[in-house]
Design a protein around this ligand. Structure first.
Ligand SMILES: [Zn+2]
Ligand SMILES: [Zn+2]
Ligand SMILES: [Zn+2]
Ligand SMILES: [Zn+2]
Length: 361
């Protein structure tokens, strides 16, 4: 693995100590996307609006347009859509991943010495995407789509508050109703705090091509691989070595929800994800080059299945809204596209193999 010298930045989900605000560029899961003036994206299966899964602020020095660089991952909340897309082998689910870049001077931010002012575009009050539609009765609230207008009307009690804006009942009550609506429509919001992965594991350091077998036999003998509900003791199990390696690496920080591993701009070596299985790896063809500049797309970070624990989805959804890991590939050069503040990048889903652990959560 060429990435053994790179330090991986681990992400952990925590309830925010204070409300997350756009001007602090939070790293987060759930809630509304901040500072993304993008039109609503719809699920390719059910056509419903997709919602924010992860937002990571990843500023870089090069090019200058990457001064405010953010990655947004969206997905459909409906688990059955993921099942269908999986059946059709759509491991890349297009249009769910945005790379957004803004130079230091941009139309959305004005930066003085210490003060940052954010000029928001009109956003959907429910989901945070561009709100090009407006409540026709009061002209006070924006929406991305008919669906979210309906949600806000009922779940957010706008039917009570509409047209009372001039003599509002209580801003606090409106805010509470809005939050209630968002809670039902969006994933719950958590802050992502980061920590560097320790370099204590020497196993990984000498993880050359030929070493895999030796190092893994040790693990193998301890047989910590449940297969379904049955217990295989002293039996030969066709163990997925990539999974064992994954498990060993993860268990040092079992609560991690993501691993950030993008190498520096211009760096020759590309980082390698931590595979959860020997199968289901993308081929070169699966990760096409950046359509804007022609440069290759390289691995940037991965989302782990532990993130699912924070999404407050019921068991039925849980069985289908599932993944071993989600891999994020982005343009190696952070290319800037004139008049575009965000571009699509590639998301790859890899599942645990049959031999992998089902109870690893
Ligand atoms: Zn869907
Ligand atoms: Zn919306
Ligand atoms: Zn209204
Ligand atoms: Zn590019």
């Amino acid at each position: 693995m060429t990435s053994s010298t790179a330090v991986v930045e681990l992400g952990f989900a925590e309830p925010p100590e204070s409300p997350l605000v756009a001007k602090n560029f939070p790293n987060k899961i759930g809630g509304k996307p901040y500072i993304l003036s993008a039109d609503q994206v719809r699920c390719e299966v059910c056509r419903k609006p997709m919602i924010l899964l992860v937002q990571l602020y990843t500023p870089e020095d090069n090019p200058p347009e990457a001064f405010h660089r953010t990655i947004y991952v969206f997905c459909c909340k409906d688990g059955s859509c993921h099942e269908i897309s999986w059946e059709k082998r759509l491991t890349t689910i297009n249009r769910t991943l945005f790379r957004s870049q803004l130079p230091k001077n941009n139309p959305y931010w004005q930066e003085n010495e210490s003060d940052k002012t954010f000029i928001p575009a009109k956003q959907c009050t429910v989901c945070g995407f561009l709100g090009s539609k407006m409540c026709g009765k009061c002209n006070q609230v924006n929406y991305c789509s008919k669906e979210h207008q309906v949600h806000h009307w009922t779940l957010g009690q706008h039917k009570i508050h509409c047209n009372t804006m001039s003599k509002p009942p209580s801003l606090q009550i409106i805010a509470e109703h809005d939050n209630h609506c968002r809670k039902l429509v969006l994933f719950p919001e958590f802050e992502v705090v980061t920590e560097q992965e320790g370099n204590s594991d020497e196993e990984d350091q000498r993880d050359g091509d030929g070493n895999d077998d030796n190092s893994l036999n040790d693990v193998n003998s301890k047989a910590l691989v449940p297969v379904g509900d049955e217990v295989y003791e002293n039996t030969k199990v066709d163990v997925d070595k990539a999974f064992l390696k994954f498990q060993k690496r993860i268990e040092q920080y079992p609560d991690q929800i993501l691993r950030y591993n993008r190498l520096e701009y211009g760096c020759e070596k590309n980082a390698e994800p931590l595979w959860v299985s020997n199968i289901g790896k993308p081929t070169e063809k699966d990760i096409p080059s950046c359509p804007h500049c022609g440069q290759e797309r390289t691995f940037e970070f991965q989302i782990l299945s532990t993130l699912l624990n924070y999404l407050e989805i019921d068991h039925l959804q849980r069985s289908s809204l599932d993944w071993g890991t989600l891999l994020i590939y982005s343009c190696k050069d952070n290319c800037h596209v004139e008049n575009m503040y965000y571009v699509n990048e590639i998301l790859w889903r890899q599942d645990f193999s049959e031999e992998g652990v089902k109870g690893l959560r």
